[in-house]
Design a protein around this ligand. Structure first.
Ligand SMILES: *Cc1c(COP(=O)(O)O)cnc(C)c1O
Length: 346
């Protein structure tokens, strides 16, 4: 594939990050084979967990690479995607000078991570159909706009972002375009990882927290060209992914077919839930969803929210969020859980 866009990464990276040396851990300095490990001050008595984990998670990355159709050198693994978001901000944005661009209503962590790093945020709201206002985004961007966060399928609206808008921004935005694909497995869309060969300013985020059923192990993936991955590797805590998480993820990847079955069921349940909700008189709108949740507009969201709480059902109140006025967000549960929700609302 022909490269359509190559930006000068060195000019985009924070100068201190460009210049710094990574921490060199015992296990990253030694990569050969040995029988006796006296290099890392570990407890020598074997428990399966007495050794430090592989700092670059090679076995896990090889497995992910084969499933996702990318090169292992194009993968960074984080303590949740939230770690990747935080590192991206710290790698590219100078505190008090640079800013990120976000497109509300969207995932809340971009803003929180930016605030923690004293990095400003500029926003360009989605249009009323929840698609991007590309002209406005490009008009607002300047030299200090280092990162543009696009969530697709978007949380909390549930829709996928049109590919044409994404490629236009990849071509014309002079910073890094981050596509957060936390919900991609629930959509019929192909991943933007297929664009990695064409754009060196693309970062794609995915996670083990949603479709893979492993929110508890805190494991997120970032896919990007090798130069960006090297920046992640030098700025991350050396052993950011623990041994238990690496093992659990490998096991899940080997049980691929079980996950596929659950995905099918969740998508069917999403439709069933949507049809049942549509018949209820107080429901005004059910937005089409490519994710494992439904954004539902109703006449009195606060009252419904509190009523459901009394029924011991907790949903997400999004009624005060821009463009989501009057909306609650329902995660699709098991058939039994969804039935409980439907019955309570009826
Ligand atoms: C749930 C979610 C994530 C996942 O974050 P983790 O830290 O990997 O659990 C990322 N992005 C969006 C938009 C989400 O909704």
């Amino acid at each position: 594939m022909k490269i359509k866009k190559e930006i000068d990464l060195e000019q985009l990276v924070r100068p201190n990050v460009l210049q710094m040396q990574a921490y060199s851990s015992a296990r990253s300095e030694f990569t050969g084979r040995a029988d006796v490990f006296l290099d890392a001050n570990e407890n020598p008595y074997e428990t399966g967990l007495n050794r430090y984990p592989d700092p670059l998670q090679k076995a896990l990355k090889n497995k992910i690479a084969s499933i996702k159709g990318v090169d292992p050198q194009q993968i960074f693994l984080g303590n949740g995607s939230d770690e990747a978001i935080d590192l991206l901000i710290r790698i590219f944005c100078r505190p008090g000078q640079d800013h990120i661009l976000t497109l509300p209503p969207t995932y809340g962590m971009y803003k929180v991570s930016a605030a923690l790093s004293a990095v400003a945020i500029k926003t360009v709201p989605l249009q009323s159909n929840f698609q991007l206002d590309v002209a406005q985004i490009l008009a607002k961007a300047n030299q200090q706009s280092k990162l543009l966060f696009i969530c697709s399928p978007n949380n909390p609206t549930g829709n996928s972002i049109e590919r044409q808008a994404i490629t236009t921004l990849l071509k014309n935005f002079q910073g890094i375009v981050v596509i957060d694909e936390a919900y991609i497995d629930f959509s019929g869309q192909t991943s933007c990882t297929e664009l990695l060969a064409q754009y060196n300013n693309l970062v794609v985020l995915q996670t083990f927290s949603k479709a893979w059923g492993l929110a508890g192990i805190r494991l997120g993936m970032a896919f990007a060209n090798g130069a960006i991955i090297q920046l992640f590797n030098k700025t991350k805590p050396p052993y950011n992914i623990n041994t238990l998480s690496q093992q659990a993820a490998l096991k899940a990847l080997e049980n691929h077919t079980e996950i596929q079955k659950q995905l099918g069921e969740t998508c069917q349940e999403r439709e069933r839930l949507s049809i049942a909700l549509k018949k209820m008189p107080f429901i005004q709108m059910i937005y089409p969803s490519d994710a494992n949740f439904l954004l539902v507009k109703m006449t009195q969201p606060k009252i419904v929210y509190r009523y459901l709480l009394e029924q011991k059902i907790i949903v997400r109140d999004r009624s005060k969020v821009l463009l989501c006025e009057g909306c609650l967000r329902f995660t699709v549960g098991t058939p039994k859980e969804n039935q409980q929700l439907i019955q309570s609302l009826q």
